[in-house]
Design a binder for this molecule. Structure first.
Ligand code: NAD
Length: 313
């Protein structure tokens, strides 16, 4: 069975590729290197440089490599940028996913794992969200991922493909420095950069209705995400899969706690700069993870502190 990992040179995709490499699964990465890094792929022959908007190339690769399953990660992922460039997000996250599903269903690809996000939920009263919660995304990014999920669900319900949308919460950690998250959008890499440069980290809003007034999120380790994909791909049981699964730890950590953990581990005193709230940031967003355990028998291995620890080596 051959897997095609779109966005395989990215932060999460390269962790999946590396684990597949170690465990002997057959895979190819398909990436336009817009934010990806070829150095993250240890077996360079497995990297195909291409764009998900290039349908002709994608279809040719799927046939040439005899791909029977796709792990679709290639996307634009910044909540802030999605506000400035809604058309780019619509085309990349929604329209391209729809076309990839069409290519898959016409070319014998029977399995599809989609990287979705907790941003599909938006605000929730309790802050704890289950897969059955109504989706009210408050960012363009979240809307485009919700629409892509919905197309996949429709393909699944029509029997055209088997698959699942994995709603990752905030992904952190690393298996090695070579695979690190280079993103300037995510909180943890931004705080690490500020700490290394002895700068003040920035908090967007300290007037939220939470215990320390900063936003609370669920931080899930990228090594657990890679293990989950390995589990799903080794033993793919389509009929057992629900349309969507939360991928988190079920534990909430505040922005201030993230900063305290990093600054204290680095022996630095913390004096953050407080900026106004950003549009599209819910106060609390933590996963209910019962379904992941019940349906897949999967539990995360790494807690928040061990994820942070992995970033400091
Ligand atoms: N990192 C997180 O915390 C997080 C949380 C929830 C969901 N996700 C989702 O997980 C997926 C991977 O995220 P990541 O953190 O690894 O991001 P990333 O930016 O590191 O990886 C995305 C990869 O896709 C590639 N890519 C982008 N547009 C492409 C295109 N048009 N054609 C081909 N390749 C293209 C990039 O070059 C990059 O290698 C995304 O779909 C993202 O929405 C990430």
């Amino acid at each position: 069975m051959n897997w095609l990992i779109t966005g395989g040179a990215g932060y999460i995709g390269s962790h999946i590729a590396e684990l597949f490499q170690q465990e002997g699964l057959n895979y190819y990465c398909y990436d336009n290197l817009s934010t990806g890094d070829p150095a993250r792929i240890s077996d360079s022959e497995r990297l195909i440089i291409g764009d998900i908007h290039d349908e002709v190339k994608l279809e040719r690769i799927i046939n040439k490599m005899e791909v029977s399953g796709v792990i679709h990660l290639a996307a634009k992922k910044s909540v802030e940028e999605s506000r400035e460039k809604p058309i780019l997000y619509e085309k990349t996250n929604f329209e391209a996913t729809e076309r990839i599903l069409d290519i898959c269903s016409r070319n014998g690809v029977s399995q599809f794992i989609f990287s979705s996000t907790a941003a599909v939920y938006g605000e929730s009263k309790s802050g704890f969200v289950s897969e059955d919660a109504e989706l009210h995304p408050i960012s363009t990014y979240g809307v485009t991922k919700m629409k892509a999920e919905s197309v996949l669900t429709s393909y699944i319900s029509r029997g055209l493909i088997q698959g699942v949308s994995l709603r990752y919460f905030n992904v952190i950690g690393q298996a090695s420095a070579a695979l690190k998250d280079n993103s300037s959008d995510n909180l943890v890499p931004r705080v690490l950069t500020a700490a290394r440069q002895h700068l003040k980290p920035q908090i967007y809003g300290n007037d939220y209705p939470t215990s320390d007034r900063t936003c609370i999120r669920d931080y899930v380790d990228v090594r657990d995400i890679a293990r989950l994909h390995l589990r799903l791909c080794r033993d793919f049981d389509g009929p057992k899969l629900p349309p969507a699964l939360n991928v988190g730890t079920g534990v909430g950590v505040s922005v201030l706690e993230v900063m305290q953990s990093i600054y204290s581990r680095m022996g630095l005193s913390l004096n953050p700069e407080v900026l106004p709230r950003r549009q599209g940031d819910p106060a609390t967003l933590v996963a209910e993870i019962g379904k992941l355990k019940e349906k897949i028998g999967f539990v995360t291995k790494f807690d928040f502190e061990s994820s942070i620890e992995s970033l400091l080596h």
